[in-house]
Design a protein around this ligand. Structure first.
Ligand code: CO
Length: 277
């Protein structure tokens, strides 16, 4: 069974540069770091609540991650679900006829892992991970810091698609998720549905209206992961900390609660939302 979003994978040109934002400005603790030779990456896992941000820097020019960096300029790369039994999960995917990248589980940074093909998941590269060592994560969470805000939790991940109901059905079937009712959010130019998993949600969105930013995103980049949202304890403290680092967040009050949007140019290619629940 899939229990939660284990991590969101982000491809960056340079890990050290990315730390300046994710570790120093956002304040995420820098957890496990490793070079994964067979994937051609240097990687770092930064815990946020029960989930993690995985930063990936290509170290060989012919890796999939290097091609992603060349083609898309980096940014949101894959979505990883945690499972307590990777063998069962992979067999279940095979039984459903899902297209796979890995037909057998293998060792990865997050434990024993396997990737599904993006064609099986509405253009999202999905990873399954069965963690090997749980104590490591817990010890990292206890690190205290004197900061004006703390990123407490991965709140949700947004996936932009052309066919909302088709994508929701795919995610329900593939991953056994429940759904909430679809609704229009005209102020944001989208129609959406949430699918809860663990203490986070997957939000599937489709464009609403002609000037929809979702429509512009799909036209430019194609369907796929659009945004990551982190829950913070003090939104104003976060906005001030970002300003001190030379990053102007776009604060939107009221539409869906108070949120701060950070442009991909400040985050190594990720449209990032901060929200205080
Ligand atoms: Co990963």
């Amino acid at each position: 069974m899939l229990s939660k979003i284990h991590h969101v994978g982000i491809v960056v040109r340079n890990l050290e540069d990315a730390y300046a934002f994710y570790r120093d400005t956002l304040g995420l603790p820098l957890g496990k770091m490793a070079t994964v030779e067979d994937q051609g990456v240097k990687a770092a896992l930064l815990p946020v609540g029960e989930s993690e941000i995985e930063l990936l820097e290509p170290i060989s020019p012919d890796s999939g991650v290097a091609r992603f960096l060349d083609n898309k300029g980096g940014g949101l790369h894959h979505l990883c679900f945690e499972t307590d039994n990777i063998d069962t999960e992979l067999q279940d995917a095979k039984d459903k006829g899902l297209r796979l990248i890995d037909r057998q589980p293998r060792n990865g940074l997050a434990g024993i892992i396997a990737f599904l093909h993006p064609q099986a998941c509405c253009s999202v590269l999905v990873e399954y991970a069965q963690p090997v060592d749980r104590s490591e994560h817990a010890s990292l969470l206890s690190q205290g810091r004197d900061r004006r805000f703390t990123a407490r939790r991965l709140d949700h991940v947004v996936i932009a698609v052309k066919d909302l109901e088709g994508a929701v059905a795919t995610y329900q079937r593939n991953f056994g998720l429940d759904r909430e009712a679809a609704r229009d959010v005209p102020a944001l130019g989208l129609r959406n549905t949430f699918l809860p998993i663990g203490d986070a949600k997957i939000e599937i969105v489709t464009p609403l209206g002609d000037a929809s930013p979702i429509g512009q995103f799909i036209d430019k980049k194609g369907e796929g992961m659009y945004l990551v949202s982190l829950d913070v304890d003090h939104l104003d403290g976060a906005v001030q900390t970002l300003a001190d680092a030379g990053i102007k967040a776009n604060v939107i009050r009221g539409t869906v609660g108070d949120i701060a949007m950070i442009s991909p140019r400040h985050t190594h290619g990720v449209l990032l939302q901060l929200v205080s629940r």
